[in-house]
Design a protein around this ligand. Sequence first.
Ligand code: FAD
Length: 418
Amino acid sequence: MQPEEVAIGVKFARENNVRLVIRNTGHDILGKSEGYGSLQIWIKYIQKGISFQERYTPSDPCASNEWTGSAMTIAGGYVWKDVYDVAFKRKITVVGGGDPTVGCIGGYTQGGGHSPASHDYGLAADQVLEAQVVLANGNIVTANACQFPDLYFAIRGGGGGSYGVVTSMTVKAYPSKPVVAQSLTITPRSDDSEVLLDAITDVYQQYPDIMDAGFSGYGSWSIGNTTAASAKRAAVYIHIVAAMGKCIAESKEAFDALFETLQKYNGSSLDISVAWYEFPTYGAYYQAMSGVSQPVGPPNSAMTSQMFGKSALTANRTALRNIIGIMAGSPEECASNTVELVGGGKVLTDGLDKYSGVNPAWRSTYIVNIVSRAWTDDADAQAIKNDVTYVKGGAMRSLNPFLGSYMNEVWTSSLWRD
Ligand SMILES: Cc1cc2nc3c(=O)[nH]c(=O)nc-3n(C[C@H](O)[C@H](O)[C@H](O)COP(=O)(O)OP(=O)(O)OC[C@H]3O[C@@H](n4cnc5c(N)ncnc54)[C@H](O)[C@@H]3O)c2cc1C
């Protein structure tokens, strides 16, 4: 399929008053790429290549573009794995999905797009140098800092499916650096999950300092599991964080305060294990430790997310510990928490970019925390959705009243699509 054919479809929908939906991977957790009875433009059928420029040259003369580094053009509905295959061979880093199955130029990037590389280089939306867009009137335009700058602003964070059909994007690319990574696992020695939650609170309090020292990544924790019988075994906190351009020897200091705090539990109430790894490139790190393909939409589950700023994590330990207890729920609830240490660093400073359309709350965000719960067919699904949204989500919001949810990671219903 060609962009010109997309334009014909858009014109047809307009002239015949047919509902139009744009779909890339169909990953959207809110179901924004669905639309029963609609005409659907499935951009995965446009694949006009992935190309690399050592030094970016705008496709038209655009004096307002100051980027002099490398760039990659993703001309169609590719997923990040496709782009990583090209980038990693060249020892290049691009800001793309933590999960390699996420689409590149659709809802992910247009809605913000966090990544194992976003702390270092900014959100995916902030990487966009230019895009080819089919407008609602069927015209095909280039949006950049010089042409259609309002559209350029809108597609750099304003959300997918709203402003036009993006058929190609050119994004910033960076020379790969060596990566040092750390895994941390904390498990309780008894049925007492309170002590695990105490330790998790200590870890959360240290996130801003760890991230200011250059580390970012992903973690998860729970005090229960999908069956109450195995709940004890599943109580665990685990994270993998990494820093670019560092070696192990110069990285450990960033964790001194955390390990000093955790020392009081280790070997008595908790087992704490730490491992360090070094990789020659970001690609090697991503492939070994970060780029995990997750299930696309487990059925019968609900989730919400909340951005956390520095003060919410550090100012009041008692309040944070209380909220973490609510996020954990009871072991029988089997709630799962995912911690995305994807903010701080460049995500904060990119707020100065006047063409950034991302939610300004990102500019104060260090972590995004997702709480999710699943249920069986005989459970009270509405009660679980309410618990996730109002009790656990409400608790997180109370600590961060001026930040928000990440628009791309908010809600799953029992009606999942493939
Ligand atoms: C398994 C999984 C892993 C994830 N990992 C991450 C992650 O690491 N980081 C992160 O930030 N988010 C992640 N997400 C969330 C992800 O950002 C959203 O699901 C996002 O909406 C996916 O975009 P998509 O284009 O692939 O999906 P789609 O469902 O195809 O589209 C999403 C939205 O974008 C619109 N859209 C799609 N293509 C275009 C286009 N070409 N032009 C205009 N609008 C378009 C659609 O109409 C819809 O509104 C993950 C989601 C899943 C399910």
